[in-house]
Design a protein around this ligand. Structure first.
Ligand code: ADP
Ligand code: ZN
Length: 621
């Protein structure tokens, strides 16, 4: 809010305050003494009154005057009843002083009128002011419920080369641009360009960006609205908003209508739980009606976005509606490098930084995550008064993006520090010595987010699919932490709960979804099942009690197998685990190169170990 607006906010109070002050200031009698008749008489006897004004009315006589007391003017006033001869008596009493007599009728009629009217004017202005503010204020569009909330951006600067990676997706979109530039060309050829395009993909993969880039390239107006904007408390509002939006859009053809999170309105009808179906269904119906109402090749393209295509109403996906689906997936290594390059354009990176290596270390990161990493790194660099962004800044930024900021102040006490170190070393050992396991990039025992310490691991190469062996290896490395605790301490910690949770989930999915157990390739569970996302509340479970028991048994079998494998590996690499754990206790964080140094019999920094250090290591272990 700028200063002007602040003043406007306080204006009503200023008006009231200043008018009150004015009333007091304009009224000099406000500060004078009020005397009754007897007091007035005794006053007139004792002091020399300087000036007196006597106003004789029909019933009362007003007396106002002043006298000098120690060179200070003292004002007084008095009102006395106008009985027979009273005024003459009074005037004779005042003989010594200078008296002016004012006729009651001649009292300043104007002053009196203004005095009566001014408060009304002030309050009237005040009321008008409040009312106009209420109406024009951004949030309080009480009378504009049915107006669409779509925001119109007409001069979009985003171009295709701002969207990195996504080459196939861009190719698909290229013809939309062509079409928006000259819809006629397609009509002549008898081609029907899809009216609706559904971009499907996890959050942050650049769906919005892609849609905007299309608008930017085609120089077309871009109406954007989020699915949740249609949903209001009142039934029918969503539908009329849809109507209004399409009406507005048709006036500026060719254009793009962008509906973010379409799953908020486009869920399967007649399913799910909780109230508000009717509203959602009406809105969805209206969208369908409006889409059908757009003539082919008229120049309106609707791009919608969702990360849950499975919950969408089939009617939305029919030909003539959102009949083109483009999947925007998480970027691969090359894509990540390209995205990093796009966002590094306006950042000062140190020369030694290799964006390719950074891309390699960030599997599973979305475009938004990568942008966030570079931004966090830039902030950290500023915080440390560094001229350029250096590698440690990027390291920390990656960790932050994955796990939240480091909790440097929440340090472990010595005993639990040792336990966390062995726990993490246990994970690392599995990563180092089990085939198929993912590579250890970095191990730390600095608490971060809700974790007491963690291992940064990346797959040796990125794969589209994972094999049973890969999954087993993942579970085994989750088990590594707990196993190490058991072997090296005769106690276990709560710190392993996250590991156990993840391991159990993988094992259960292996049995119920991927068909990777002795129960055979049968799906026992839906991949997605959330009643709040448009699934039926009491969708029948398709397993009998007996099979549920079998599933549990299979899950246990998988976990047991992995657990034993982890135990075997850790017992047979006790020397390495101690090396890593001790290095962790000393350094808190070690990288993959440092681990390599350790395993090659050197210090973490790659120096050849002399005898003293070795002894120290042994006593610590
Ligand atoms: P979505 O709509 O898929 O949730 P957005 O399009 O809003 O994601 O992306 C969020 C941000 O992430 C973008 O503003 C952009 O800075 C960054 N981003 C995502 N994907 C890419 C990409 N392929 N190239 C460049 N930046 C990207
Ligand atoms: Zn763990």
């Amino acid at each position: 809010m700028n200063n002007r607006n602040k003043i406007f906010n306080y204006l009503p109070f200023l008006i009231v305050l200043s008018s009150l002050m004015a009333l007091f200031l304009l009224n000099p009698n406000g500060t004078s003494k009020v005397l009754n008749y007897n007091e007035l008489r005794s006053l007139l006897k004792t002091v020399e009154v300087e000036e007196v004004t006597v106003t004789v009315g029909s019933n009362v006589i007003d007396v106002k005057g002043s006298y000098k007391d120690n060179n200070r003017n003292v004002y007084f006033k008095s009102t006395i009843p106008n009985t027979e001869g009273q005024s003459d008596a009074l005037i004779s009493m005042l003989e010594k002083s200078k008296v002016s007599i004012v006729d009651a009728q001649a009292r300043n009629i104007w002053m009196e009128m203004i005095g009566n009217i001014v408060p009304f004017i002030i309050f009237g202005a005040f009321a008008v002011f409040i009312l106009t503010r209420l109406n024009s204020g951004g949030q309080n569009k009480a009378f504009e419920f049915s107006k669409s909330r779509a925001r119109l951006e007409s001069d979009i600067k985003i171009r295709f080369n701002d969207v990195a990676g996504c080459e196939e997706e861009k190719e698909e979109m290229a013809e939309i641009i062509e079409y928006l530039r000259s819809p006629r060309k397609f009509a002549k050829m008898g081609a029907r360009i899809p009216k609706g395009i559904l971009l499907v993909g996890p959050p942050g993969t650049g769906k919005t960006l892609l849609a905007k880039a299309v608008a930017g390239e085609a120089n077309a107006p871009f109406y954007s609205i989020s699915g949740s904007d249609f949903v209001e408390m009142f039934v029918g509002v969503g539908a009329s908003r849809v109507r209004d939006m399409f009406k507005r859009a048709k006036q500026t053809m060719p254009c793009i209508i962008f509906i973010d999170e379409i799953d908020a309105v486009g869920r399967q009808r007649g399913a799910g739980m909780g109230g508000g179906h009717d509203e959602r269904e009406q809105t969805l119906n209206q969208i369908l009606v409006e889409m059908d109402g757009i003539n082919d090749n008229s120049g309106v393209v609707i791009i919608a976005c969702t990360n849950r295509p499975d919950v969408l109403d089939p009617a939305l996906l029919r030909p003539g509606r959102f009949d083109r689906q483009i999947t925007v997936s998480l970027p691969d290594r090359k894509g990540r490098e390209a995205i990093l390059k796009v966002h590094a354009r306006n950042k000062k990176l140190a020369d030694e930084i290799d964006l390719g290596a950074l891309a390699k270390r960030t599997p599973g990161f979305s475009g938004a995550d990568l942008e966030n990493v570079l931004n966090e790194a830039a902030i950290l660099a500023v915080r440390e008064h560094s001229e350029v962004i250096k590698m440690p800044h990027l390291d920390e930024a990656i960790d932050r993006t994955m796990m939240g900021p480091a909790k440097k102040s929440r340090t472990h006490d010595e005993a639990s520090k040792k336990m966390v170190a062995y726990h993490e070393a246990g994970h690392a050992i599995i990563g180092l010595f089990l085939d198929n396991a993912i590579m250890v990039q970095k191990v730390t025992i600095i608490p971060r987010g809700s974790a007491g310490g963690y291992n940064l691991m990346t797959p040796k190469e990125e794969k589209f699919m994972r094999t049973r062996k890969d999954l087993m290896a993942s579970i085994t490395s989750y088990m590594g932490g707990r196993v190490a605790e058991e072997i090296y301490f005769d106690d276990i910690t709560t710190g392993a709960y996250g590991d156990i949770e993840s391991a159990t989930k993988i094992a259960r999915d292996m049995v119920t979804i991927y068909g990777m157990s002795d129960l055979g390739p049968i799906q026992y569970d839906q991949a997605n099942h959330s009643v709040f996302l448009g699934r039926d509340y009491n969708s029948p479970s398709n397993v009998s009690g007996n099979v549920a028991y079998e599933i549990d048994k299979e899950v246990r079998k998988i976990i047991d197998e992995c657990y034993n494998k982890a135990k075997e590996l850790i017992l047979s690499h006790s020397k390495e685990i101690e090396l890593i754990a001790n290095a962790l206790i000393e350094n808190e964080t070690i990288t993959s190169e440092q681990i390599e140094n350790l395993l090659a019999g050197k210090t973490v920094d790659g120096d050849v170990i002399d005898v003293e250090v070795k002894e120290k290591d042994e006593t610590l272990g």
